[in-house]
Write a protein that binds this ligand. Sequence first.
Ligand SMILES: *[C@@H]1O[C@H](CO)[C@@H](O)[C@H](O)[C@H]1NC(C)=O
Ligand SMILES: *[C@@H]1O[C@H](CO)[C@@H](O)[C@H](O)[C@H]1NC(C)=O
Ligand SMILES: *[C@@H]1O[C@H](CO)[C@@H](O)[C@H](O)[C@H]1NC(C)=O
Ligand SMILES: *[C@@H]1O[C@H](CO)[C@@H](O)[C@H](O)[C@H]1NC(C)=O
Ligand SMILES: *[C@@H]1O[C@H](CO)[C@@H](O)[C@H](O)[C@H]1NC(C)=O
Ligand SMILES: *[C@@H]1O[C@H](CO)[C@@H](O)[C@H](O)[C@H]1NC(C)=O
Ligand SMILES: *[C@@H]1O[C@H](CO)[C@@H](O)[C@H](O)[C@H]1NC(C)=O
Length: 808
Amino acid sequence: MDAHYAAMFSLTLIHLLLHISALDFLSPGSSLSVEHSSDVLYSPDGSFTCGFYHISPNSSIFSVWFSHSVEKTVVWSANLDRPVYTWGSKLKLNIDGNMVLQDYSGQIVWTNNVSSSNVQEARLLESGNLIVKGQGDIILWQSFASPSDTLLPNQIINGTIKLVSSTSSNRLVVPGHYSFHFDDQHLLTLFDDEKDVSFIYWPNPFINIWAKQRIPFNTTMTGVLDSLGHFLGSDNASFMAADWGPEITRRLTLDYDGNLRLYSLNKNGTWLVTWMAFTQLCFVRGLCGINGVCMYTPKPACACAPGHEIIDPSDWSKGCKPKFRITCDGMRFLKLPTTEFLGYDQGTYKQVSLSDCKNICMSDCSCKGFSYWRGKGDCYPKSSLVGGVTVQTLPGSTYLKLPEALQVPESSIPSSQPSGHQYGLNCSAENQYFIAKFSDISSGQSESRFLYFYGFLSAIFLVEVIFVVLGCWFILRMEGRQLTGVRPAEAGYDMITNHFRRYTYNELHRATRKFKDELGRGASGVVYKGILKDKREVAVKKLAGIEQCEEEFQHELSVISKIYHMNLVRVWGFCSDGSHRMLVSEYVENGSLDKILFRSEESQILLGWKDRFKVALGVAKGLAYLHHECLEWVIHCDVKPENILLDENLEPKITDFGLAKLLNRGGNNKNVSRIHGTRGYIAPEWVSSLPITAKVDVYSFGVVLLELLKGSRVSEWAKIEDEEDEVEKVLQRAVRMLAVNVKLQEGREQSWIIDFIDCRLNGRFSYLQARTMIKLAISCIEEDRGKRPTMENVAQMLLSVDEESIVA
Ligand SMILES: *[C@@H]1O[C@H](CO)[C@@H](O)[C@H](O)[C@H]1NC(C)=O
Ligand SMILES: *[C@@H]1O[C@H](CO)[C@@H](O)[C@H](O)[C@H]1NC(C)=O
Ligand SMILES: *[C@@H]1O[C@H](CO)[C@@H](O)[C@H](O)[C@H]1NC(C)=O
Ligand SMILES: *[C@@H]1O[C@H](CO)[C@@H](O)[C@H](O)[C@H]1NC(C)=O
Ligand SMILES: *[C@@H]1O[C@H](CO)[C@@H](O)[C@H](O)[C@H]1NC(C)=O
Ligand SMILES: *[C@@H]1O[C@H](CO)[C@@H](O)[C@H](O)[C@H]1NC(C)=O
Ligand SMILES: *[C@@H]1O[C@H](CO)[C@@H](O)[C@H](O)[C@H]1NC(C)=O
């Protein structure tokens, strides 16, 4: 009797022990049931719980959450997109280690795909990592390898790991369209995954890699938030919690609004934001969808562009649809002050008047409106209105194309209130102006607390934010044209600014038909013609004498890849395959300027005056872009007719820029020794030991100007004069003579100009333009580089005489 009782007791005890211990780990063959609230696993210190989380009375997801936050904050879940029924569902650990989540009907909703013969248990670690462990502490599976929208301290993000936002503020519905992972330049990046295309929106895609302070192409690809609150990635992505320090519970979450935020847990169980990727939420891409405008009320909010209505009030990212039909006639423009739409530019027009810009957009039926920058006269007609934002600091305005008949009230024009009273929206007014607030943004309260902490951050960071906000728009303009016609690239996404990609040797071998069709050769390598699989004609340059290591090479490429201007040859990609280093760029029909300009009798094309002027202006614009407008600060260092290509309209495109010739803005001249200019075009400071600046290109441009005017090479002049003199001396003499003539003959009959200009033109040129070009050439070839103009000055001078009327 006693023995029986003792046996009963010990059985009960064992059962009890088993039951208690089931809270610490799950052994093979056992399961957690959705009905029993005690069926959960705790981490050893109790800060995390794993079990079924009820997202509604009838549906649950299998998750890990913080035990001590007021509302259960889920950090990981197995079946976000496929909740299970709150009765009859269970999670089972099979004896082979396979963890299976079954719905009430027995249907398998999720499994971790483990199959092992030595499974020990499933356990929730102190870090919040749910693992399936084998004998000898082998980890067979871990939740840290497949995060949802949150990274915990010491959880590594690597090349295969991806955070995906959820769509709703309770963070527990379907996966959203924002993601956080490494991009194909190996940079940690925030993506807005739209239908067929992914857009990068952080780090700011419109600034260069140095402004981003990132290091591309580090193949290590890791990133981790340490226990003190500092995040560091292998790409130098780095940020720090405002309350940096030990013993604080933190999480890094990609919120449903697309912002990446770092949170700390308060003692009372609420969350505090201690860092976020965007302090200006409106700059998160895709927040308000197509035809939507993000604005500050002063809280961020979405509104439809006037004349549009919301498609789905519960999901702003779907945007707004027009309440009218765009027709070709009977349209007018409505001004939306300090408003911009991101991308989808149909073209870029510089220094045009507002009425010209209106005409451009009006004459194109597909144009939905345009952005116009008053001071600069920049005009950007849009094929689609996406990523709208209204901020009073924006320098441009958008003009929306609307039917003349459609009346829209003044109050439907979005405008931001930087501070002060809330936006005076009138909800009872008709649906002209649907406005959604992000008031339910996770931890709305924390937002203001963050700003408080934010005050302690360095001033540099503040400056950076302002720069991003203001600078972004300007740079965007430069890249604008690429925004049209984006299509998914190999990597499964496309970046707004970047069609740049890597090609394999085999691909290029095939494209060039075994490097058969040689287009030309120069000091930097041989160029072959090729046709890519997508039928694009390209020029493939086999680079010679590239001694850099792979990473250095790719770093320089990442700079080149961002350079885009109509007067610069577009570089499409590269190949770095074993010892092969190649550049793939657009194919330019008419070859290089020297072939057309200098070829004497047998030349079929005689470059007329108009085209010569066009070449001068285009090259000046291209160089000005390299020197001033693109933040990469590139000095070409080898400007000469061989490096100026002409397209089918004889529009010039500069080639060979930026390769191993990148000089820092700060005047770091380490690389100069690697640069080799070409005799006849190189500035005097090459020979002396003065530092190389953008003014060397100005000098070379001056020489090219003279050659355009004269139609022959400067080096030929030396031969004509039948002297043994050096090219430089002959050039200086010619320039001095021209300078004297210009001075002497000010305002008088200028027959000397006719004598100087290429006789093949038979006097068909514009005196005004020729005179301006000569004057410019003289100042560009100044020996004292301080006296040379900048390329921007040069371009402006040429523009000022760019009228159509040419003396016949
Ligand atoms: C949950 O399921 C029960 C029984 O199937 C049903 O009566 C009830 O309406 C459901 N509740 C909700 C909120 O769907
Ligand atoms: C398990 O395998 C299935 C089918 O291959 C896959 O869809 C699923 O994502 C895998 N689960 C995990 C956790 O890797
Ligand atoms: C990324 O990390 C997970 C676990 O943290 C690991 O399973 C996976 O193999 C890693 N991937 C790479 C490419 O290192
Ligand atoms: C790496 O990041 C730090 C701080 O974020 C910055 O000071 C540094 O210049 C960056 N390094 C590079 C190479 O961009
Ligand atoms: C790449 O990242 C790893 C890990 O952060 C680092 O140790 C290594 O120095 C980086 N390499 C380069 C070239 O920056
Ligand atoms: C929680 O504590 C923080 C400070 O630690 C305080 O600012 C906040 O108001 C508190 N929240 C609640 C709901 O008590
Ligand atoms: C709101 O709009 C309605 C209808 O347009 C109008 O009658 C009402 O006066 C407006 N209220 C305010 C506060 O502007």
